[in-house]
Design a protein around this ligand. Structure first.
Ligand code: AMP
Ligand code: ZN
Length: 113
């Protein structure tokens, strides 16, 4: 399979892995947009949030609990942080494997670009 994040999840591409369990991996973004910029992905391939249904929606709560744990581990919980999902072309999604960005360590602006 050619999906780059599937390859990262299978450890076929070296990456800056910071967390792993049976369902997800988290690693540092190769092009960080903030002092902390971590990507959290399901190990199973899902193209985007549009692949989420009632039957697999539990992966989303799991990813958010992992994001919360990582935010606490990296001491982002006091000052705050942002979780982002880009979905589809106009949403800014460039990698076709569901992923959530955990961003922190600086003040975020709004609206996003
Ligand atoms: P998105 O634009 O929401 O699809 O986010 C894709 C993210 O994946 C971007 O922030 C990229 O910098 C990041 N990225 C792409 N390839 C890699 C890689 N090999 N290792 C880590 N991050 C990557
Ligand atoms: Zn994939």
């Amino acid at each position: 399979m050619e999906c780059i994040f599937c390859k990262i999840a299978r450890k076929e591409i070296p990456t800056d892995l910071i967390y792993e369990d049976e369902r997800v991996v988290a690693f540092n973004d190769i092009n960080p947009q903030a002092p902390v910029h971590v990507l959290i992905i399901p190990k199973n391939h899902l193209t985007s949030l549009l692949d989420i249904t009632q039957s697999n929606a539990d992966i989303i709560s799991h990813i958010f609990l992992v994001a919360k744990k990582l935010a606490e581990d990296m001491k982002l919980n006091e000052k705050g942080f942002r979780i982002v999902n880009n979905c589809g072309k106009e949403g800014g999604q460039t990698v076709g494997h569901l992923h959530f960005h955990l961003l922190g360590g600086r003040s975020m602006t709004w609206p996003p670009g």
